[in-house]
Ligand binder design. Structure first.
Ligand SMILES: CSC[C@H]1O[C@H](OP(=O)(O)O)[C@H](O)[C@@H]1O
Ligand SMILES: Nc1ncnc2[nH]cnc12
Length: 305
C-alpha cells in the first residue's frame, strides 16, 4: 500500500458526464493502493493558477465502466485521504422531484434519505473495531453555507444562466434502473427534492474519514413523478449532461482557490476534524491487529503504531 502524501487538501469527485477537469493544468496521475483496493480511476493531480494542487477522481472510472452500486467508495475516500485531502467537493447528476427544479439547475442538498439496499459496503468499521459516526447533518454544513455564496457567484459569472437551489433533500436509491412512478411520487411525499444513486455511501465514508464533504447536485431530468410526461430515460439525462459538466468545470475553477485557502486556514474543517474521536467504541484487547492497521490508513491519529 502506498501512503504518499501529495499535500493536496481539496479533492473533487466527478460523476456522470464529469470525467476530467481539463480546464485546470494537468500535473500527474497517482493511483494509491489502499486497504480497500484501488480507487475507481487513477487520481489526477491538477494545479490552479496559483500553483495550488487539487485531486480529481472520476467516480465511475474514466470510461464510465463502474455501476453506481459497484463504485469502490471506501478505496476512493481512503485514496483521497492518503493524499492529504480534507475537503471533498463531489458532483453528481441527479433527477429532480420538484417542478421548481428544472433540468440544468445546480443544487446544494443538506439532507439525504437512504434508499440503497445494503449491497454496498457503507463503513470502514466493519471488523473488530466498532464506531458510530454522527450523520444527522450528512454534509459539512460550514462547507455548504460557504458554497452557497461562492457557487452562486460562479454561476452568475457564467453565460449559461444556471440557477442554484439550496437546502434540498436528496434521495439515494439503488440503481441501476431508474425509479417507478409510484416510488418517485412516494419520495416527493417523504420530502425528497432530488434523487441520485451515488451520494451514499460516499458521504458516510467521508464522515468516518473526517473529511468535510459537500455535494453539488446537477439536475438532468424530472425523474418519473410527472403525470402525462415520459419517465426518465438515459437519452433524457444526456440532453443536459454535457452542459452541466461544462458548468461544473467552470464552478470548480472559480471556487477551488478560495476553498483551498479556507481549508488550509482550518475553520471550515472544524466540525468534521476530530469528530471520530468519541465515535469509536473503547479499545479492547479483542480488536484485531489487522483491523487496526487498516484503520490507521485513514485515521492515523486514533490508531498509532
Ligand atoms: C447516468 S444517469 C444515473 C447515474 O448518474 C448519476 O451518477 P453520478 O451521481 O455519479 O453523477 C446517478 O447517481 C447514477 O449513478
Ligand atoms: N432520475 C434519476 N434517478 C436516479 N439517479 C439519477 N441520476 C440522474 N437522474 C437520475
Amino acid at each position: 500500500m502506498t501512503q504518499a502524501s501529495e499535500n493536496v487538501v481539496i479533492g473533487v469527485i466527478g460523476g456522470s458526464g464529469l470525467y476530467h477537469l481539463d480546464n485546470l493544468t494537468f500535473v500527474k496521475y497517482v493511483n494509491p493502493d489502499t486497504p480497500w483496493g484501488y480507487p475507481s480511476s487513477p487520481i489526477t493531480i491538477c494545479s490552479l493558477p496559483s500553483g495550488t494542487s487539487v485531486a480529481f477522481l472520476a467516480r465511475h472510472g474514466p470510461g464510465h465502466t463502474i455501476t453506481p452500486s459497484s463504485v469502490p467508495s471506501r478505496a476512493n475516500i481512503a485514496a483521497l485521504k492518503s493524499l492529504g485531502v480534507r475537503v471533498i467537493l463531489a458532483f453528481s447528476a441527479v433527477g429532480s422531484l420538484r417542478e421548481e427544479i428544472p433540468p440544468g439547475t445546480f443544487c446544494l442538498p443538506t439532507q439525504v434519505i437512504d434508499r440503497t439496499k445494503g449491497v454496498r459496503p457503507t463503513t470502514f468499521f466493519d471488523g473488530s473495531v466498532v464506531a458510530h459516526a454522527s450523520f444527522g447533518d450528512p454534509f459539512s454544513m460550514k462547507l455548504v453555507r460557504w458554497l452557497e455564496g461562492e457557487v452562486g457567484k460562479a454561476l452568475a459569472s457564467d453565460s449559461r444562466g444556471v440557477k442554484l437551489a439550496v437546502d434540498k433533500c436528496i434521495v439515494c436509491m439503488e440503481g441501476p434502473q431508474f425509479s417507478t412512478r409510484a416510488e418517485s411520487l412516494m419520495y416527493r411525499q417523504w420530502g425528497g427534492d432530488l434523487i441520485n444513486m451515488s451520494v451514499l455511501p460516499e458521504a458516510k465514508l467521508a464522515r468516518e474519514a473526517e473529511i468535510s464533504y459537500a455535494l453539488i447536485a446537477t439536475a438532468t431530468d424530472y425523474d418519473a413523478w410527472r403525470p402525462h410526461t415520459e419517465s426518465v430515460t438515459v437519452s433524457e439525462v444526456f440532453k443536459t449532461l454535457q452542459a452541466n459538466a461544462e458548468t461544473s468545470r467552470h464552478v470548480a475553477a472559480k471556487v477551488l482557490e478560495g476553498l483551498n485557502a479556507l481549508a488550509v486556514q482550518g475553520d471550515i474543517l472544524s466540525t468534521e476534524k476530530g469528530s471520530m474521536q468519541y465515535s469509536i467504541m473503547p479499545r479492547s484487547e479483542r480488536q484485531q491487529g489487522e483491523d487496526v492497521a487498516k484503520l490507521r490508513f485513514i485515521l492515523p491519529e486514533y490508531f498509532p503504531e
